[in-house]
Design a binder for this molecule. Structure first.
Ligand code: UDP
Ligand code: MG
Length: 313
């Protein structure tokens, strides 16, 4: 029978963890009892450099419960890298992995369906949420615009799918070959290929603790990103270009009106419009080239993506 690992990234989740251990543990037992998975299946909690008692709780639970394992990262690397660390660790010791957030906003009852779909030959099963009525308007709006922009730009993401998914051993092995710096799991996983399926569920509200992605943190991260990676300012050049091109249309109207209503020097109209328009086009071009240079800059760094401090089993 296949060994299932449930990979859970945790950052300052001390309030949530006792509930998570309990619910996930019960679900795992349920699946084992139904003989869908091996009795050696386990949960792997990845502590993403938490500042609270998260790791202590994992260690404590590990002593009591053989189904609980832990992976402690040396520092906070963020959700995406923490999850990657967990998955890469899990791929060598299990046959199937399900990744889920510690807050259990995603419905653990669809595990059955996910495992069934895996047994039907799917290598990746995506958890897709039906509606977003439990999210605030702001979160829903920003998140959905984000999916739309991503897809528009050519990165094929699954609509309304966060990082709640089942992956087979071989899809994880393939995933581990993607060693890029700009890691966005939802964009990479669909690139792996293989047969995939979706399960649908309703997303719940967080029952304990608070979102680890508050606006303040997102903004702080943005500023940190700008100053320490110095790629983002390049994007402003492009933005400036777009603004300039848009303004050139306003300038065009203004110049045209001036041409007919006031007396202007001959040639001024075409000149002023060209200056605005070409200036904008040039800024966009420079910005676009800068975007690629910025990407190269990020890739050549080849930084280790995370650093595992400890592994307990
Ligand atoms: N998380 C993490 N590292 C971070 C931030 C978050 O490992 O730096 C984890 C967090 O513990 C949770 C998951 O990522 O298990 C999703 O975070 P959260 O629920 O706060 O995000 P939201 O659901 O509000 O988007
Ligand atoms: Mg959450």
């Amino acid at each position: 029978m296949d060994i299932l690992s449930i990979v859970v990234p945790c950052y300052n989740e001390e309030e949530m963890l006792p509930i998570t251990f309990e619910s996930l543990g019960a679900k795992l037992k349920d699946l084992i009892d139904k003989k869908k998975i091996s009795p050696d299946s386990f949960m792997l909690f990845v502590d993403d450099g938490s500042k609270d008692k998260t790791w202590e709780l994992i260690e404590e639970e590990n002593k009591k419960n053989p189904m609980v394992r832990g992976l402690k990262l040396a520092g906070n690397v963020g959700h995406q890298f923490a999850l990657t660390a967990g998955l890469i660790c899990a791929k060598d010791i299990s046959d199937i992995s399900i990744s889920i957030d510690a807050d259990l906003q995603d419905d653990i009852e669809v595990f059955d369906q996910m495992v069934d779909l895996y047994h039907e030959g799917n290598d990746i099963v995506y958890g897709v949420r039906n509606k977003r009525k439990t999210d605030t308007f702001f979160k829903r709006f920003t998140a959905q615009s984000f999916y739309k922009v991503m897809n528009f730009c050519g990165a094929k993401t699954i609509y309304n799918h966060a990082d709640f998914r089942l992956m087979s051993k071989r899809s994880l092995e393939q995933f581990s070959q993607y060693s890029e710096e700009n890691l966005f799991l939802r964009g990479i996983v669909p690139l792996i290929g293989y047969k995939t399926a979706c399960v649908y569920y309703d997303r719940k509200v967080r029952v304990a603790g608070e979102s680890k992605y508050p606006l303040k943190k997102m903004l702080a991260l943005a500023i940190e990103g700008i100053t320490s990676f110095s790629v983002k300012p390049i994007r402003f050049i492009m933005l400036l270009g777009f603004i300039s091109v848009i303004l050139s249309f306003a300038a065009f109207v203004y110049a045209l009106v001036s041409y007919f209503v006031f007396t202007v020097e001959p040639g001024w109209t075409s000149l002023i419009v060209s200056i605005w328009f070409l200036g904008g086009v040039q800024l966009i071009s420079v910005g676009l080239i800068g975007e690629y240079i910025g990407k190269i800059y990020m890739e050549v760094k080849r930084r280790p993506r995370y650093n595992v401090e400890k592994y307990i089993s």
